[in-house]
Ligand binder design. Structure first.
Ligand code: PHE
Length: 457
């Protein structure tokens, strides 16, 4: 019944870069990166993260985009494309496809938190939003979190159902530059607060004393998450890429943009934490709530706090929305391509999964707080399961596919098609053959070990 459509393609490198950056820049950069950096060692975390991005992250983006462009398919199809694919690699295609389905529900819960704050800045008292228990009162109030989560989810599913990919591209084009300007302004404000300089030092200067094994594990999970690696997104985007585009050039742009925003977010949040709490370690380790507590404090203390708060949460909302849509789009395209469901049916199934899994996460800090999985709240559990367990498996499958079936030479051919440059070829070659599988195996082992309580995260 389904007719073969001509595969869409990006008209320019900019189209690819913007779409990849739109999906890459999201809650991961603004919400997740600063709290992980604060928690896992500051400067040393940043250093490890940067090294990973330019080696490991780079290699995976190149491999996934080349795999997509070579096969013109999304992950499950791309894996199947290679006839002699052994069974364990079929699993690789599917795990790449399932990860976004598990992420998008809890991602939308946090999207709902962002909406609530945006609404708060539009209508409420900005001092109250900065008050001590505002955040914890909110997330433990089941009805309220659930309602905001549902509002966010309905928007995501509606856009997906309408299939307006172009709209998203246009929104990213407009919002991303504003996001950068605003982030710079807030970061400058934040680093010039009294006592903030200690935070700048903590964030930018590596201190080996703060290094722990979990620094590497957390940095690697964050790198996957932030660059949208190991979840099929870049395979799909690569499949829309024309042959005359430079894969390497596009990859570098995405890396730069994504990491730039993450660093700016660190500079917005971490120095402010030092300024307001004097670098109290328990505040630094606050985790997921950091952004929702620190930023309101900054806004309450500055002039123009309300417009700043409105703008900030509006931009976070847009960044989160473009990413949520990329995640949802990849789920729906797998349903359509592999299970031959209509777009409507795919969107409805997506909605059902989002409501079920998302509600567990949204209620996990309130009515369901008594139920934990392996000592984690649902939201933390889904985050851990996808980032620390499934993504390493997905990345491992991609490495094995490249090394054993496609061969590294073929990927190199794809990257250098039409004379495109491949300056980091040596890094790529070495990483994909040796270090990536090794790293990934270690991450997986550490995650499992920490689950079993052998090491503590
Ligand atoms: N990279 C996004 C972020 O940093 C999350 C995301 C992952 C979005 C995968 C799309 C696909 O928030």
């Amino acid at each position: 019944m389904k007719e073969k459509k001509k595969r869409a393609s990006f008209s320019s490198k900019l189209g690819f870069v913007l779409s990849a950056a739109g999906s890459a820049v999201g809650l991961g950069n603004i919400w997740r990166f600063p709290y992980l950096a604060a928690k896992y060692g500051g400067g040393i975390f940043l250093l490890v993260y940067l090294i990973l991005v330019i080696t490991f992250g780079y290699t995976m983006i190149v491999a996934e985009s080349a795999l997509g462009r070579m096969t013109h398919k999304s992950p499950v199809g791309a894996y199947r494309h290679f006839k002699k694919e052994p069974r364990f690699l079929k699993f690789g295609g599917w795990i790449n496809a399932i990860i976004p389905l598990l992420i998008v529900p809890y991602y939308s819960v946090i999207g709902g938190w962002v909406l609530k704050y945006l609404f708060g800045y539009l209508t409420g008292d900005i001092k109250e939003i900065a008050s001590e228990n505002y955040f914890s009162d909110f997330i433990s109030n089941g009805t309220s979190v659930e309602a905001w989560f549902l509002v966010f989810s309905v928007i995501v599913v509606f856009i997906i159902y309408m299939g307006v990919q172009n709209g998203i591209e246009r929104v990213s084009k407009l919002m991303m530059p504003i996001l950068v300007v605003l982030a710079v302004i807030i970061a400058i404000y934040s680093v010039t607060r009294p006592g903030a300089i200690e935070g700048v030092k903590y964030f930018l200067i590596p201190n080996p004393d703060n290094f722990s094994w979990m620094t590497v594990v957390a940095a690697m999970g964050q790198m996957f998450y932030s660059l949208s690696i190991a979840m099929g997104i870049l395979v799909t985007f690569g499949s829309y890429m024309k042959d005359d585009m430079s894969i390497e050039g596009a990859t570098s742009n995405v890396e730069l943009f994504d990491t730039g925003i993450a660093i700016l977010s660190g500079l917005m949040i971490i120095p402010a934490v030092f300024s307001f709490s004097g670098g109290d370690p328990s505040v630094l380790k606050a985790g997921p709530s950091l952004m929702f507590i620190t930023m309101p404090n900054i806004f309450a203390s500055m002039g123009f706090g309300r417009p700043a708060g409105i703008m900030f949460f509006m931009l976070v909302f847009f960044a989160a929305m473009t990413s949520a849509i990329a995640l949802a789009e990849s789920v729906v395209s797998t349903f359509e391509d592999e299970l031959h469901f209509s777009r409507k049916k795919s969107a409805l199934i997506l909605a059902a999964v989002m409501v079920i899994l998302g509600s567990l996460s949204s209620l996990g800090y309130g009515p369901l707080a008594g139920i934990t999985i392996m000592k984690m709240q649902f939201l933390d559990f889904f985050d851990f399961l996808t980032n620390s367990v499934m993504m390493p498996l997905a990345a491992m499958a991609t490495c094995l596919l490249v090394i054993r079936i496609i061969t590294v030479e073929k990927i190199e051919e794809e990257v250098t098609k039409n004379g495109a440059p491949f300056k980091r070829k040596i890094i790529f070659n070495f990483m994909i053959k040796y270090l990536c599988p090794f790293f990934v195996a270690i991450i997986l082992f550490s995650s499992i070990a920490s689950l079993l309580g052998w090491i503590t995260i």
